[in-house]
Design a protein around this ligand. Structure first.
Ligand SMILES: *Cc1c(COP(=O)(O)O)cnc(C)c1O
Length: 386
């Protein structure tokens, strides 16, 4: 099956009289009549569920579906993207190691490494992952490589294929945060990554109405991650799993529209008043254009950014004039939203650190929705004409 069909059908086995849409099963516990049967299920030798922190049918459907879309053996759904990152990192590197990670890491991930992992002995090196020389130089002695498919907010695309080869040659596991691209546009395991995680809060859920995470990889890796998630209780709730699967079933059509709208807006913004640099992986002239062209053949999704002349005041003026576009600090929803990295994703950094990353006082990040492109372009054009 092609991705579009798999997104609709993955994770579900329908037999005669099955409900076409999945039932919601909020049960915390299942009853048993036979001790041997319970024993076999608890051991994992027989399929079934017994306690909701260990497994649940809605979660299992979501896990199977995302694993299938990413081309993985198994998946684990968690209570948030951060929980997925946490269990994934600890499953890949149970003892303190040096983590080599993308410099423009998602703020929450950076905080997890600095505030939770470093105090217990992990070390970290943050590099520009689009600079393969820097990647090569930093891999000696590393125990884990952590890459985001498309960087935030400047939307660069590291060459995950080459990074995977470099890491594998040295026996270092590679974890990819594929939240921005989704398995519809890019599947890191196909180019040699060890594991992939998502904030399913974003495109997989797709409707800004749930918080969830998922990690996929080999059966052994996921079983180690699952054991830890069971012990620490970072399981995803049945209803949020049900919603996330519902979102996943339209992921293919949504990502195509997000991608079309994203590149259309990027091109249009270039000609709008007050707009400086426009950041989009597939925009001609983008620093990682060649890599994105090769790895994101079907589109780059809905994330882009631009630098507005006039800094914070100009950004506020634009926000006040929007008719349809909203300010919101998340991404991946149906609605076009903008965020302002200086006070949202990158607020924990000093102004110098932001400048080093290329985040300016006028940098605006956009999560393009699935509205009609004409309406999105028109709202930016009228808001920027001020
Ligand atoms: C949002 C996000 C996360 C964290 O996910 P939550 O669901 O908010 O816990 C991690 N990585 C990226 C790239 C994100 O955008």
């Amino acid at each position: 099956m092609k991705e579009a069909s798999r997104a609709v059908h993955a994770g579900r086995e329908l037999v005669a009289r099955s409900p076409l849409a999945p039932d919601l099963s909020p049960a915390a516990v299942h009853v048993y009549t036979d001790l041997d049967d319970y024993d076999a299920v608890a051991r994992g030798d027989r399929p079934g569920h017994y306690y909701g922190r260990n497994s649940n049918s809605n979660r299992a459907m979501l896990e199977e579906a995302v694993a299938e879309l990413e081309g993985a053996e198994a998946g684990l759904a968690t209570s948030s993207g951060m929980a997925a990152l946490h269990v994934a990192i600890l499953a890949l590197a149970p003892k303190p190691v040096t983590i080599v990670a993308t410099r423009e890491l998602y703020g929450g991930t950076l905080a997890l490494i600095r505030q939770d992992l470093e105090p217990i002995g992990y070390e970290s090196v943050f590099i520009d992952m689009t600079d393969l020389g820097a990647v090569r130089r930093s891999l000696d002695g590393a125990g884990l490589v952590l890459v985001e498919t498309i960087t935030n907010p400047l939307c660069r695309m590291p060459d995950v294929e080459v990074i995977a080869t470099l890491a594998r040659e040295r026996g270092i596991p590679l974890l990819v945060d594929n939240t921005f691209a989704t398995p519809i546009l890019f599947r890191p395991l196909e180019v040699g990554a060890t594991a992939v995680m998502h904030s399913a809060t974003k495109y997989i859920g797709g409707h800004s109405d749930l918080i969830a995470g998922i990690v996929v990889g080999s059966r052994d890796l996921i079983s180690a991650a699952r054991a830890r998630s069971v012990r620490t209780g970072s399981n995803l709730s049945p209803f949020d799993a049900w919603l996330a699967l519902r979102g996943l079933r339209t992921l293919d059509v949504r990502m195509r529209r997000h991608s079309d709208n994203g590149i259309a807006l990027a091109r249009a913004l270039r000609a709008m008043p007050g707009v400086g640099y426009v950041h989009h992986p597939l925009l001609e002239g983008s620093p990682s254009y060649e890599t994105a062209k090769r790895l994101l053949a079907e589109g780059a999704g809905g994330m882009l950014a631009f630098d507005l002349d006039g800094g914070r005041e100009a950004v506020q003026r634009m926000l006040s004039r929007f008719q349809m576009v909203r300010f919101a600090a998340s991404l991946g929803g149906l609605e076009t939203t903008v965020s302002y990295p200086e006070i949202t994703s990158h607020r924990a950094l000093t102004p110098e650190e932001r400048r080093e990353l290329g985040v300016r006082p006028g940098t605006v990040r956009i999560s393009v929705g699935i509205e009609a492109a004409e309406d999105i372009l028109a709202d930016f054009a009228q808001a920027l004409s001020a």
